[in-house]
Design a protein around this ligand. Structure first.
Ligand code: GUN
Length: 279
């Protein structure tokens, strides 16, 4: 039986720590502000944005919400980001992705002042992570490091395999595990002998975006398995990239879906915003 890594509990723990820190800053007269921008009304994005605003309210961060119409031009969006960059009351700027197709996502990410880049997507933030300098780290992989540390799972010297090489999860995940002195392999859709590579892992992070792709045949006895995926199956139940029923008996610890990695992303976004205000 694997230990369940409880992302709900750990994310609450982090948010409660931040809440205390924010209250103490308020006593000193410092209020933290975050701008949350959504262009268009993609229903999934609206849910995410709503959850981010709720987390701000819980912690005591003032959130400013910008719900822009689908037809907003790139110039208008960049002008708003410029205004928020210059606003001393705003410490973090978040543009919910994806943006509509007529807007260049890269230009939007680059327009955000790296000092306010609470998503950690700016090339300067990514570059800083890759050379071990200070900067904001993408929230999902940062949250996974917290899940491991706060569950007492050592990373140093461990064989870590990350499946997936996205800019938001796979690549920063690999860099963070390396920073923690793990021995890191990044596997992906073109990896040969994927199962054998995964079976080397003491810590296996799965971010492939395919429901239940990873079953017990990918997992070494006693491995720690972190599931980044979230999907809704035919009977409306949530599942991850990992086939939980198959893997759970083999693993020593595993994240459930929901309630594993998911809640950590917002907790780390809040963490980044508090850090931004402290800079
Ligand atoms: N869309 C899906 N995940 C994210 C995220 O972490 N940040 C932003 N800005 N957009 C997203």
């Amino acid at each position: 039986m694997a230990e369940l890594i409880d992302g709900k509990r750990i994310s609450r723990e982090i948010k409660d720590e931040l809440k205390e820190q924010v209250a103490a800053l308020k006593e000193e007269g410092k209020e933290i502000g975050m701008a949350v921008i959504q262009v268009g009304n993609d229903p999934a994005s609206s849910v995410y944005v709503g959850n981010k605003k709720k987390a701000c309210a819980y912690i005591g961060i003032r959130s400013e919400s910008y719900e822009l119409p689908e037809e907003t031009s790139q110039e208008e969006l960049l002008a708003l980001i410029g205004k928020l960059n210059a606003d001393p009351k705003i410490h973090g700027i978040l543009v919910q992705l994806p943006v509509p197709a007529h807007i260049d996502e890269e230009a939007v990410i680059k327009a955000i002042d790296p000092a306010k880049d609470v998503d950690g997507f700016h090339p300067q933030s990514v570059g800083a992570l890759s050379i071990g300098q200070k900067g904001f780290v993408s929230c999902t992989p940062a949250g996974i490091i917290q899940l491991l540390k706060r569950s007492g799972i050592e990373i140093e010297g461990k064989e870590c395999v990350v499946i997936g090489r996205s800019n938001i999860v796979g690549k920063p995940m690999a860099l963070l595990l390396l920073r923690e002195n793990g021995t890191v392999t990044v596997a992906h859709s073109r990896t040969k002998n994927l199962k054998e590579v995964c079976r080397r892992a003491d810590i296996l992070v799965v971010a492939v975006g395919k429901p239940k792709m990873v079953d017990a045949s990918y997992v070494k006895e006693g491995a720690v398995v972190i599931d980044v995926g979230i999907h809704r199956n035919a009977d409306n139940k949530l599942c991850g990239d990992v086939d939980f029923e198959s893997v759970e008996p083999v693993a020593s610890a595993i994240t459930p879906v929901p309630g594993g990695v998911g809640p950590m992303t917002i907790a780390m976004l809040m963490y980044n915003c508090v850090q931004a205000a402290l800079m």
